[in-house]
Design a protein around this ligand. Structure first.
Ligand SMILES: Nc1ncnc2c1ncn2[C@@H]1O[C@H](COP(=O)(O)OP(=O)(O)OP(=O)(O)O)[C@@H](O)[C@H]1O
Ligand SMILES: [Mg+2]
Length: 331
């Protein structure tokens, strides 16, 4: 049984300009101990999907229109805030895109890091403090034993991000949802944080949802990846297969825009043409059609459902992208 099972999640925001369909029928499963990547460009609904699961969408302006998110067979979307508090931070921890949303500026890092382990793991004050220092060391904070007594504003942006990672990992959660955990960090620290998450997954069997813009980061950590576009999941496959045989033109576009070491210098990257869609006035049919080099008439008229390929990739596209490319290459 999946550890987390999300079905047909729909989240809207009612704004002065109109209704934003931020998440429009998202379904995915997370198996125990697996790392799932969610990629997609800015505004595609990655954060909202995961905030909704944890009951963190402000309502209004937000509204969860439909869906279920089963965790150990219980629907998170139906839980009271009180019940959710026992899940959040303890069983499911989230590393937020913006560290200041989850660090309290009035409490020292020690106070915040020890609070979770004392509350949820019943650590003594001494043990909790030792654990906090160890966690800070593991995320690469220098002089951790001293810095643990500082306030969040005394840390740099990248260090605050790492403090938050330490906090999320402290309670040995069953699921870590990491929303762009490494974007603000330099590459060495990025690699260190990814290593730490990998280690946790291996040693503790922690399942991970990693939200990112970068397929490169996904390839580094995840076994499976879901691609979001304009509030929908448009492709889902094991990482290797997604790289070898992308089924959705948007995924193909993402892959072609990654710099590769094995390409000759001077080879051009191919950024995806056009602009991300206006989420209030989405195009008819497939939301990607105005930017799609493979589109056919049907794409303008009909929203593609999720198909399953013979290998098991789920994808929302009427065109066999790989076949079209192979045909073009053969000419
Ligand atoms: N509180 C809100 N009020 C109105 N619209 C919102 C609100 N929060 C999110 N949205 C809209 O929902 C859509 C999805 O946002 P979301 O934050 O999930 O994007 P994302 O994929 O995480 O992007 P990024 O990569 O930039 O973090 C966007 O169009 C955004 O403008
Ligand atoms: Mg986001």
């Amino acid at each position: 049984m999946p550890l987390l099972q999300v079905e047909d999640l729909r989240v809207q925001f009612h704004t002065d300009d109109g209704v934003v369909r931020a998440v429009d029928g998202a379904s995915f499963n997370l198996e125990p101990g697996e790392a799932l990547g969610i990629v997609g460009e800015s505004g595609s609904g990655k954060s909202v999907t995961n905030l909704a699961i944890l009951g963190l969408i402000p309502q209004p302006p937000g509204k969860i229109d439909s869906g279920r998110a089963l965790f150990h067979g219980r629907d998170l979307l139906k839980m009271s805030q009180k019940e959710l508090q026992t899940v959040r931070g303890h069983k499911i921890a989230m590393i937020f895109q913006d560290p200041m949303t989850s660090l309290n500026p009035f409490l020292t890092v020690a106070e915040q890091l020890t609070e979770v382990t004392r509350l949820h793991l019943k650590y003594t004050a001494k043990r909790a403090l030792d654990h906090a220092v160890t966690m800070l060391e593991r995320v690469g904070i220098p002089a951790a034993a001293r810095r643990v007594h500082d306030y969040p504003h005394q840390f740099s942006g990248g260090m605050r991000q790492r403090v938050m990672v330490a906090m999320a990992l402290s309670c040995k959660p069953e699921i870590i949802i990491a929303d762009e955990p490494t974007t603000a960090l330099d590459v060495t620290i990025q690699a260190q944080i990814l290593d730490l998450m990998r280690q946790l997954q291996r040693e503790e069997g922690t399942a991970i949802i990693l939200i990112t813009h970068s397929l490169g980061v996904v390839a580094n950590l995840c076994g499976r990846v879901s691609v979001m576009y304009a509030g929908k999941f448009v492709e889902e496959a094991p990482v290797d297969r997604l790289f070898a045989r992308p089924r959705h033109p948007y995924t193909l576009g993402l892959l072609q825009s990654i710099p590769r070491l094995d390409e000759k210098r001077g080879d051009r990257l191919h950024p995806i043409q056009g602009q991300p869609p206006d989420m209030i006035r989405l195009p008819s049919g497939c939301a990607f059609h105005p930017r799609c080099p493979f589109k056919v008439d049907k794409c303008v008229e009909e929203v593609p459902p999720l198909f399953t390929s013979p290998e098991g990739t789920r994808y929302a596209c009427f065109v066999d992208v790989t076949a079209v490319r192979e045909e073009a290459a053969a000419k």
